[in-house]
Design a protein around this ligand. Sequence first.
Ligand SMILES: [Zn+2]
Length: 334
Amino acid sequence: MSTLSVKKVGTGFLLEYGNIRLAFDAGIKGETTLLSHSHSDHIGGLTRAAHIIATQATFDTWFARNANAFENKIILRVGDMFGQIGVNITLLNAGHVLGSTMFHLEFDDGLTVLYTGDFNNVDSFVHKAAKPVEADVLITEATYGTPEWIFPDRRGVYDNILDAATTSLDEGKIPVFNAYSLGKSQEAIALLQSGGFRVVSGNMSIDRICKVYKDHGVDLRHQSLKSINVSDILDSGAVIVSSSIKHTIETARNVLDRKTSRRLELNTERFSLSGWTLGKYSERGFPLSAHSDFQGLLEFAEAVKPRVTYVFTEKAHLFAKHLSEVGINAVPLE
Ligand SMILES: [Zn+2]
């Protein structure tokens, strides 16, 4: 059996096994990249890759935000298996953002590897939960890889977000929910519209990604800040989802009447939608995360039953320690 090597390279990793070299979430000249999703911390140097394997939605969200064309795409669906010399690659749903996948590799000699990318093990309004599959080697994220990060039940978080929107509107304020533009914003928009709110998106970057979600069949019915009647909509009571409040206010100054744009500057109630809001020094908001929490990461790793686990992201060494404590051989990739 050959020796497996996994090394951090740029925004991702290079796996080497015998003569096979595969990159995950980073472009390496002459190599094939397996792209889990298109958040900016996973797409470094992608255009250098010889080929990129990803879902259509991942390519679409990448192009929507980065305006890069890329010729050598290998477009696969969740559940598809792709064979190349020495290894079969299967895409599995990661539950993180539209089109996000994990990759399960099976080498000719039987060795199996599961790369998670970023993943969420609970269902959300717009994304289905990631499910573990067994593998000899697990390469996992550990964004929330320490025990203080246990998220409350998602339904309860949703209820709290909807209650906050109602309360702010009742007080005559404009509720603004701050969420990153790929994934979280679309979840927030879908949730708020399901609660009967009219939703205005605060940034073009959100609009561009919403278009991709809609093209892939997700029902999103928001207005852009640049829509003609948006001042009336905000006057009659609407919520804003923004990935950058600063940019939202700048755009509002240019496109809205003075009264509404001043209201947006001075009379909003702002909430951050992020797992990090659970932290001690957090911004005001709600712990809505697109990642698994500590318990989720641990249960997922246990279900994979790996002989060895490589752990990445900032808390890698801490999560590796926790895995070792429950008998899972783990190595941080830092
Ligand atoms: Zn991500």
